[in-house]
Design a protein around this ligand. Sequence first.
Ligand code: SDX
Length: 428
Amino acid sequence: MSDNLATLNDGTKAITMGVKSGTIGPDVIDIRKLYAETGKFTYDPGFTSTASCDSALTYIDGDEGVLLHRGYPIGQLAEQSSFMEVCYLMLNGELPSADELSQFSRTITRHTMVHEQLSVFYRGFRRDAHPMAIMCGVVGALSAFYHDSTDISDPEQRKISAHRLIAKMPTIAAMAFKYSVGQPFVYPRNDLSYTGNFLRMTFAVPAEEYEVNPVVERALDRIFILHADHEQNASTSTVRLAGSSGANPFACIAAGIACLWGPAHGGANEAALNMLKEIGTPDRIPHYIARAKDKNDPFRLMGFGHRVYKNYDPRATVMQKTVREVFESLKVTDPLFETALRLEELALSDPYFIDKKLFPNVDFYSGIILSAIGFPTTMFTALFALARTVGWVAQWNEMISDPGQKIGRPRQLYTGPVQRDYVPVSER
Ligand code: SDX
């Protein structure tokens, strides 16, 4: 990285700080010595202007609507790659050869079963427990089963736990769905693809054979690719912060799942479809757009807007195209898709959304296609977590492998009372 300098005058003295450049994207001002030299912190709630780490995994240009994974554009990966290949790319940095890919797929496939005791956990939940509540609990519990891959100082154990997490998330998610509908768990099969296995574990019943629909398999695999990783988003930052204390990878991923659940983040796909269901028909869209613009109304267009994208989210483009392809192929329609298209059209012609650069994001269309495949809305964020696990473990591993890595410990601007003496209750 090339270095040049930035000077800051804090009113008492000028200090010089290094400016670092990455391969592409904004330079960063290295403020690590700021407090030692000025006694002042920077102030950046929500980290809108803060780079928390170096990373070579994913690059986003929010103004241009660019998303690269290890340099490859998301549109090319979604069209030409597979989720397994993208997992290999995120973990290893390069696209695999045919042999490398088949070996990697075989390794992942042979980790898809979960310890039989783990299935007992599910029985502790109410049948109507949200799948994300189950995912938080069960993934965190994996640390109790896989002690042989929790030594984070051992690269080999880090690799095994990464493979285990990628491999077992579909099984855990499918079991959460089966539990919620009162159907028996379906074991994984080694003769199916990663995504085909997940579809079968989710939708097969013992009473009949289950055939994986190749159109659905391809569409869902592409949806997993679109959700694989996304720079330092809230849940990835949560995983990194949890990992910076030395917590084991299963606990870190459970923390990421908890953060992803929020409706401002991964929970938006469930919220977006529920919003479209509430809107119902296109004639009701103006009322909801008015509500979204009303400062006194907490309602927001779910699936719209993004902290980084101030242009179209490239994932939403692929997602919309995939909806059309799947609907054509399966000869299905969904009036909510028409409502979503009309909502996008009206919002993107409204000065409020244009001025605030609010575009559809990855969550706006995903629910429509997941619903068409047969998933209930409560499973949407669990699918997001399933796909994002490779990003989380890749980011976690990148951090742990960094020799300069420290425990994350932000400071604050204190606004509470100055020091005062305790007053016994008899004198209050
Ligand atoms: C994901 O970070 C990632 O990369 C996340 C993600 C990933 O792959 O990990 O991309 C996945 O989380 C996508 C985002 C899913 N969330 C939603 O769709 C929920 C609806 N969107 C908003 O809550 C919001 O847009 C956020 C949370 C996504 C982004 O919020 P910001 O960047 O903090 O923006 P903001 O809240 O400061 O809003 C800026 C302005 C505000 O108006 P003003 O106060 O300036 O007048 O835009 C308005 C907001 O009120 N606004 C919206 C809006 N989103 C922002 N108004 C109406 N509808 C919306 N959806």
